[in-house]
Write a protein that binds this ligand. Structure first.
Ligand SMILES: Cc1cc2nc3c(=O)[nH]c(=O)nc-3n(C[C@H](O)[C@H](O)[C@H](O)COP(=O)(O)OP(=O)(O)OC[C@H]3O[C@@H](n4cnc5c(N)ncnc54)[C@H](O)[C@@H]3O)c2cc1C
Length: 608
């Protein structure tokens, strides 16, 4: 075996966000040896940024809520191309996972009688998001970390995995380097869980942290895993748009959940102009009723600002395109108006939305208790990703599991806010459980030295080019910048075949350039090198999004085609699957969605 330092584990978890931590805890509880690798410091994973809360039908604020309503909301939000088995498990198991987190010490906001408080969010029929102010992700990570470190998990912080290792069909570990010193390491494991989060960094405007470069999706794809519905990218309707340095930073949906309204430059609440047919029966037509809903009046219907994210984002784009936008190309989000309703509005806003208050005060010099915010859509979440078995979270590659944002299926064409944090808990746990089971049932596989030498050579090539070029070659940042602009312009919120075909051509040229980029200096503390490695992943996920988006010739959820504006029943019955061909090209195919069992169909019927 290659003479790099080698760590031996039963289960290796790649990623220390909510999904990775929860998986590691569960695997460790099954008494197997667990290693956890992450790119950043422990506690800094993207999950820490989550604000609004985690969705679970606890029924604490509205006792009409239950798993059936949550299941049906998730399927409706995902426009029925979801993996219905995952939606069922998620709805059924989320309450237990939230209570478990509470038992492990998580602090939540409380109802007057001491139960976990739940707030309204888009597409959820009842107040369902367990939260602590607008810092829920931080509390989730803190709790999971505190719990996890007592489980004997070995943590490798600031490591990047560059390839998975295989023995025949099966995954047997991973190869990576420590980001500080640039030294290569081998992780030999019986089972691997990928929990590497999102891919928003493929776009210019995004709410995602620097880690969101789609690494896990590409690691799995290169190892032979199938990808599912990569075309479904969520553009969150409300990101900051001003000043330019903070463009894309998220403005949580909780602002609208707490009564915030969207207005165009003429002061009009434009969301009332377009309420989709399948939400009409649940949406108020009267602003007064909408306000009562946000104050938890059980007899009121939701305001249209709390329709699903895909729809709200498109309504904002419509206003901007029609010349009714705000000065910097967005619209206004106003929570300050609630002073007309609440005597202590400023204090209330600061208590309910402390991060938002500070974010705007410090970054835009704007007091949200007094003035409206300027907001516009931002690339936020990948509904598509690694295809997994709904029960076990194993991919089609034996020994390779995935959970969290990098895995696909639960959210269909559009994720409801709050359904990610509960997804991390429910499917993180399942991935850990079944990875541990796999590890117990299988012996250690053999590591292939040639794979390691190949990965090492690829990782170091940019240095060789740097040494030869004498400073004249492109660096990774130029190519990354052009890639993000290309995806933003040609495969963004509104898509067209001719533009996406141009995007594919552009991606091909950028890939060629990426193969020629140079990195200077040495391997210690070299961010240019890290970017060169991430870039390859960004290029592959961009190609996957584009090819799948060309294939889906309809508009559904986060995927809007200007040239096919309606939903098409044919596409409502299929998923788009991508797989690497033996010659390295990307295979695209449609696959029928398995028939939903009668009892789940019945649930959806009942909840209509
Ligand atoms: C601002 C913001 C607010 C949000 N608010 C909410 C909310 O209120 N409710 C909700 O449900 N969802 C929310 N979301 C979405 C949610 O936060 C994410 O979908 C979720 O946190 C993803 O968690 P994860 O565990 O899958 O991955 P992440 O938390 O992204 O963690 C990924 C981990 O993988 C590691 N990693 C990545 N690549 C590699 C590699 N090559 N090698 C080694 N390690 C690697 C990273 O270092 C990191 O540790 C929000 C998102 C944003 C951006």
């Amino acid at each position: 075996m290659s003479n790099y330092e080698t760590y031996e584990y039963d289960v290796l978890v790649i990623g220390a966000g909510g999904a990775g931590l929860r998986a590691a805890i569960e695997a460790s509880a099954a008494a197997v040896k667990v290693g956890l690798v992450c790119k950043s410091l422990l506690g800094k994973a993207h999950t820490v940024m989550a604000e609004g809360g985690m969705a679970a039908s606890l029924g604490n604020v509205d006792d009409r809520d239950n798993w059936k309503v949550h299941f049906s909301d998730t399927m409706r939000g995902g426009q029925y191309v979801n993996n219905w088995r995952m939606a069922e498990l998620h709805a059924k198991e989320a309450p237990a996972r939230v209570h478990e987190l509470e038992a492990w010490g998580a602090v939540f906001d409380r109802t007057k009688d001491g139960k976990i408080l739940q707030r309204n969010f888009g597409g959820h029929k009842y107040p369902r998001l367990a939260h602590v102010g607008d810092r829920t992700g931080l509390e989730m990570i803190r709790t999971l970390q505190d719990h996890g470190i007592h489980q004997g998990i070995s943590v490798h912080m600031e490591y990047t995995i560059v390839t998975l290792l295989k023995d025949g069909e099966r995954v047997v570990g991973a190869f990576g380097y420590d980001r500080e010193r640039g030294r290569f390491k081998i992780f030999h494991a019986k089972a691997v869980v990928i929990a590497t989060g999102g891919l928003g960094r493929a776009y210019k405007i995004t709410s995602n942290s620097w880690e969101g470069t789609g690494d896990g999706v590409v690691l799995a794809y290169r190892a032979g895993a199938e990808l599912l519905d990569m075309e479904f990218v969520q553009f969150h309707p409300t990101g900051m748009i001003w000043p330019p340095s903070v463009q894309g930073l998220l403005v949580t949906e909780s602002v609208r959940g707490e009564g915030g309204v969207l207005r165009n430059k003429d002061g009009k609440r434009f969301m009332y102009d377009d309420i989709p047919e399948n939400y009409k029966s649940q949406t108020s037509t009267d602003p007064e009723e909408g306000w009562r809903y946000t104050q938890n009046d059980k007899n009121a219907k939701r305001p249209p600002e709390l329709l699903t994210r895909d729809h709200v984002a498109r309504c904002i784009m419509r206003e901007v395109k029609a010349g009714r936008g705000s000065p910097h190309g967005g619209v206004f989000l106003d929570i300050a108006w609630i002073k007309e309703k609440l005597p202590n509005a400023a204090e209330h806003i600061k208590k309910k939305l402390p991060s938002m208050y500070h974010q705007f005060m410090q970054l835009a010099n704007l007091d949200i208790t007094k003035e409206p915010m300027e907001v516009g859509p931002t690339t936020h979440y990948a509904m598509g990703g690694i295809r997994v078995n709904g029960d076990t979270q194993m991919s089609n590659v034996p020994g390779l599991f995935a959970a969290g944002e990098c895995a696909a299926g639960l959210h269909g064409a559009n994720r409801l806010g709050g359904n990610s944090l509960s997804d991390l808990l429910v499917f993180g746990k399942r991935a850990g459980e079944f990875a541990a089971k796999f590890a117990k049932e299988n012996s250690v596989g053999k590591i292939n030295d040639a794979e390691i030498e190949d990965a090492e050579r690829h990782a170091l090539e940019p240095f060789e080019r740097g040494a030869k070029s004498g400073g004249s070659a492109d660096g990774p940042y130029q190519v990354q910048h052009e890639l993000q602009n290309l995806m933003q312009e040609l495969v963004g919120i509104v898509r067209r075949e001719d533009e996406m075909v141009r995007a594919l051509d552009g991606l091909g040229k950028l890939s060629e350039r990426a193969g020629q980029i140079a990195v200077y200096g040495h391997r210690e503390y070299n961010p240019g090198w890290h970017t060169a490695i991430d870039l390859k992943n960004l290029l592959t996920v961009s190609e996957a999004i584009t090819r799948a988006a060309i294939e889906r010739k309809e508009s559904r959820g986060g995927h809007f085609r200007e040239d096919f504006q309606g939903k098409d029943a044919v596409f409502g019955k299929v998923n788009i699957i991508l797989k690497k061909n033996p010659d390295g090209t990307m295979n695209v195919r449609r696959e029928p969605i398995p028939e939903m069992p009668a009892e789940l169909k019945q649930v959806i019927e009942e909840m209509k």
